[in-house]
Design a protein around this ligand. Structure first.
Ligand code: IMP
Length: 174
């Protein structure tokens, strides 16, 4: 039945392992530096919370909100900001934290917005990527998992606002 989690795609233990590795990888590239993580609401909230702790050392975080106009499946390609960051981006080492890259439209827009404010460096960490769906060429510097073209929920990701708190990533039933 459509709208019900059907099977686990990525178990919580595997997510935890992968994020620990990503955190160490990130810290090794920013030794001693304060990293400003910018989570894209709302799906990245849980990933950001775990990633921030896995990085260890000086980390700050903030959130940005974006939503596409009209139907997402139609992929109009038009995105607007629903919440801006509170902290200054100029001169900061920022990492944009996304739950999943689908068409890449949201990330492309957010990188454009933040990039023109003069961060010292700007990278991207995404928990999941669906390369088969890309319509934009988006750089992903730190990636958790490449997944097939399926709709997933859990670990922050929703279907009509449900299932965000599931500890594992599930495939939604047809
Ligand atoms: P994009 O702009 O097409 O890359 O879409 C990115 C956003 O769409 C993500 O941040 C998610 O909020 C949402 N999204 C894309 N695919 C999925 C999915 O499989 N499950 C839940 N949300 C998704």
């Amino acid at each position: 039945m459509r709208g019900q989690p059907e099977r686990i795609l990525i178990p919580a233990a595997e997510i935890e392992r992968r994020i620990r590795f990503m955190g160490a990888e990130i810290r090794a590239e920013y030794p001693g530096q304060t990293i400003l993580l910018i989570g894209v609401l709302k799906g990245s909230a849980i990933f950001l919370a775990d990633l921030a702790r896995a990085i260890t050392g000086p980390v700050r975080f903030d959130f940005i909100g974006a939503s596409s106009y009209g139907s997402r499946t139609a992929s109009s390609g038009e995105v607007r900001l629903t919440k801006d960051v509170d902290m200054p981006v100029a001169g900061a080492d920022i990492i944009v934290v996304e739950d999943i890259v689908d068409t890449g439209t949201t990330l492309d827009f957010i990188l454009g917005q933040l990039g023109r404010r003069g961060p010292r460096s700007m990278k991207v960490a995404a928990l999941m990527d669906k390369p088969a769906r890309h319509q934009r060429d988006v750089p992903i510097d730190y990636l958790g998992f490449t997944i097939p073209n399926e709709f997933v929920v859990g670990y922050g990701l929703d279907y009509a606002e449900d299932y965000r708190a599931l500890p594992d990533v599930w495939v939604l039933g047809e």
